[in-house]
Design a protein around this ligand. Structure first.
Ligand code: GLV
Ligand code: GLV
Length: 331
């Protein structure tokens, strides 16, 4: 019998077609995210689920869906999955690393430039008809080239950003991470390992690229913001919840830091009202990986994972990016 799988959010039709070659597929065709209860109801009796970070797989789902074998997340970040609980029940989890690294790094730099150079604020100014004259001090921002970039979280995306910063913008890069890079990589990225305090104090621009976990919850809150330069900018392309958005809104309002650029939010798609109220923040709706080519690559990689992990296709049994490969070894 063909395995049954659920596609919990609409995705490229050609990717769904690929899944239909192997599986009985049910797709959420609605333009909305199913509630946790709806997800559970739809997933009962199915062996695989294809999902995005807008849906959670936790102990309640696993309990209600004992036939579930594979969870394929169409994202590199997987804080929406309880991976240890999945492992304990022999459920394989996969994500989509690598294919989005360069695209996401481009966006980190774009958001940094837009924030430091006040591009969103300047566009609002022009569109609202306030531009009446050239003025020496109109929309003055902060330089990016030649300044110090701080990177919190030096994974693949952090390194791709550091490479752009060091070689494209002649920036000094300092970083903090659980582990240090190999010395030759530090040299190639012009990057120096520092403690978190030094990172906060010395960065002209601070870029957050670390995964969300209970350990990184509010890694940047009021106390951390207070240690940053008043001229600093803060960029978050990682996950909502890494920044305390209420504390950030307050710091921006009081100009305790110069500006922020945010692609992710605590409780998104809701955005803290204090952030909508201040001019010195650039807000984008979680689109750092959103290019045509990269989103298709992510969607196909998630499908490759689901197909292989359910024992189909040319790589049967060998999904390309498992998060808990010990589950495969036990099968
Ligand atoms: C998107 O946020 C991702 O984790 O891929
Ligand atoms: C995170 O997983 C990254 O690719 O940086």
């Amino acid at each position: 019998m063909r395995p049954a799988v659920l596609v919990a959010r609409k995705v490229f039709p050609q990717v769904v077609e690929r899944l239909r070659e192997h599986f009985d597929v049910e797709v959420n065709e609605e333009e909305r995210v199913w509630s946790h209860e709806e997800l559970i109801a739809r997933l009962r009796g199915k062996q695989g689920v294809y999902l995005t970070p807008t849906n959670r797989i936790d102990a309640a789902v696993l309990e209600a869906c004992p036939g579930l074998k594979v969870v394929a997340n169409m994202a590199v970040g997987y804080n929406n999955l309880d991976v240890p609980a999945c492992s304990a029940r022999g459920v394989l989890c996969t994500n989509t690393p690598d294919v989005l690294t360069e695209t996401t790094a481009d966006f980190g730099i774009a958001l940094l430039l837009a924030t430091a150079r006040r591009m969103a604020e300047a566009e609002r100014f022009l569109r609202s008809g306030q531009w009446s004259n050239w003025s020496f001090d109109m929309m003055m921002g902060r330089d990016v080239h030649g300044t110090t970039l701080g990177v919190l979280g030096m994974g693949r995306i952090g390194q791709a950003i550091a490479r752009r910063a060091a070689h494209g913008f002649r920036m000094q890069v300092i970083y903090h991470n659980r582990s240090r890079l190999a010395p030759e990589i530090e040299v190639s990225l012009n990057a120096r390992y520092v403690g978190k305090e030094e990172l906060l104090r010395e960065s002209d621009h601070l870029m957050l690229v670390l995964p969300y976990s209970p350990a990184s919850h509010h890694a940047v809150g009021a106390a951390e913001l207070a240690q940053m330069k008043r001229s600093a900018t803060l960029i978050n392309i990682a996950r909502g919840g890494i920044v305390d958005d209420a504390a950030l809104a307050e710091a921006l309002r009081e100009r305790r830091i110069a500006a922020a650029g945010l692609d992710v939010f605590e409780g998104e798609p809701a955005v803290h009202p204090g952030l909508l109220d201040v001019p010195n923040v650039v807000l984008t709706p979680h689109i750092a990986s959103a290019t045509v080519r990269t989103r298709l690559a992510m969607a196909n990689l998630a499908a490759d994972n689901l197909i292989a992990a359910l024992g189909c296709g040319p790589r049967a049994g060998q999904p390309p990016s498992p998060l808990n490969p010990e589950v495969l070894a036990r099968r």
